[in-house]
Design a protein around this ligand. Structure first.
Ligand code: ATP
Length: 199
């Protein structure tokens, strides 16, 4: 699998439709301080399902929408699309090329799409988590993260190894299953109470 293209529209410091194409090998993005290098990495995190505004250096999710400059009015919609070459079927989906799109508007509407088909955030998160590329994975390492890993507590560091070893996705599924079991037990208890009342 290879990241082929990122298309940004109204995301942070990119009001214009901006397309970045990635070829084989290593790609380096260079530019002066404040020119938007980190914003590109954050766009990747965001489209992959990031739900924490703080991780994206904002207070609210709307902060990812272009907020205007002296010369340009703010925009009302932010959109990021990732195009991935999936000819090796690394992502568990049959398409050779996969497009992932996320859109947000100031009114609070959110749209998620996989190959132009509207989907849930959960579908995007699952698609990447199953492939070990989830937003919590170490495929995207932001500034300060390396230091944070070295300084982390042993139990947090264990989480890092679990993610790298592919255990994390099973932990998330186990938590989901346990929550469902708990809800089912609550429902069963309620049914039992009603049965007692009827007897
Ligand atoms: P450095 O090299 O210092 O790390 P950088 O190239 O990584 O910088 P970024 O941190 O990606 O730069 O970009 C910061 C710029 O993005 C700032 O000028 C900030 O005003 C702008 N910016 C962030 N959010 C928005 C937004 N919602 N609307 C408009 N501009 C924004």
């Amino acid at each position: 699998m290879q990241l082929k293209k990122i298309i940004l529209k109204g995301f942070k410091s990119f009001p214009e439709k901006t397309t970045l194409e990635f070829n084989q090998g290593v790609t380096a993005i260079v530019g002066p301080n404040g020119s938007g290098k980190s914003n590109i990495i954050e766009a990747i995190r965001w489209v992959m399902g990031e739900q924490s505004a703080k991780t994206l250096r904002g207070d609210r999710m709307n902060d990812v929408i272009f907020s205007g400059t002296n010369e340009r009015k703010p925009l009302n919609i932010a959109e990021v699309e990732l195009i991935l070459d999936n000819s090796d079927h690394y992502l568990g989906i049959e398409y050779e090329e996969v497009s992932i799109l996320r859109r947000i508007s100031r009114t609070g509407d959110s749209t998620y799409m996989i190959n132009q088909q509207e989907c849930r955030l959960r579908d995007i998160v699952d698609l990447f988590m199953d492939s070990g590329l989830g937003k919590e994975s170490f495929s995207v390492i932001s500034q300060g993260k390396v230091e944070a890993i070295f300084n982390s507590k042993p139990e947090d560091r264990r989480g890092i190894f679990e993610e790298a070893a592919g255990v994390y996705k099973y932990k998330v599924r186990k938590q989901d299953a346990e929550k469902k079991l708990e809800q089912t037990q609550d429902n069963l208890d309620r049914v039992q109470d009603i049965l007692y009342e009827l007897e």
